[in-house]
Design a binder for this molecule. Structure first.
Ligand code: PRP
Ligand code: ZN
Length: 212
């Protein structure tokens, strides 16, 4: 697919994560290109008048959909989200932030230390598709239990034997007495879509007006 350089005469829409690991870096990345992304309270759309850019503040998991549907010209998302969604949206550039890993981990007491130890076990995750693929490739049959978030709490509540979730600093796993023993993928932020954002899109001072 052809990737166009952004024409700032045209109204461009960019989808970014409203709250989470990608948010601050996404704002900084856009600021470095002259685009002012400034959230207005709970309003989920803002506008940078200086660059004719509309910012959509959305959940990271939904960003591929905004881009695929053409509602957004581009978006900033982690490769973890793209892998789980399993669609091929063009990656314009790797952004060198929001590094994390999708790992499988278990409480020490459960004595699950390798993929083969997962046979017949329950694994809680927000990444059922990627996990299923990994299990299948390793001929492991296990029960996958889907949670949208807060996966680390599942083992101590007796809902699962292990988890498959993102780890960045590892602090959340440690707080839940879990040790990661397998990395499924490594993730970082990427710009996806059909437009790339050039450096120095504007040379004049920025102003931001929010859509009310
Ligand atoms: C991820 C993951 C962990 C946390 C790990 O959550 O689910 O809770 O980050 O980070 P750490 O290793 O630095 O402790 P995320 O922020 O993506 O929220 P979500 O799972 O609710 O989407
Ligand atoms: Zn998330």
């Amino acid at each position: 697919m052809t990737v166009f350089f952004m024409n700032m005469q045209k109204n461009i829409t960019i989808a970014i994560q409203k709250d989470g690991r990608l948010s601050q870096h996404s704002i900084g990345y856009l600021a470095g290109r002259g685009i002012c992304a400034q959230k207005n309270g709970r309003r989920l759309v803002s506008v940078c008048n200086a660059t004719n850019t509309r910012i959509l503040w959305v959940r990271d998991d939904d960003i591929p959909h905004y881009v695929e549907s053409g509602v957004a010209d581009c978006g900033i998302v982690g490769t973890n989200v793209l892998a789980e969604r399993g669609v091929s949206i063009p990656i314009i550039s790797y952004l060198d932030f929001a590094y994390c890993k999708l790992v499988i981990a278990a409480p020490r007491a459960n004595r699950i230390c390798s993929l083969s130890d997962l046979r017949g076990k329950k694994i809680a995750t927000s990444y059922p598709r990627v996990l299923q693929k990994t299990l299948k490739e390793n001929n492991i049959r296990a029960d996958i239990i889907y949670f949208r978030g807060s996966v680390e709490i599942a083992p101590e509540l007796g809902l699962s034997d292990a988890i498959c979730d993102l780890s960045q600093t590892g602090a959340t796993l440690r707080e839940h007495n879990m040790t990661p023993f397998h990395t499924i993928l490594e993730s970082q932020a990427v710009l996806i879509g059909t437009y790339t954002i050039p450096h120095n899109t504007v040379s004049r001072p920025l102003s931001t007006k929010h859509v009310l």
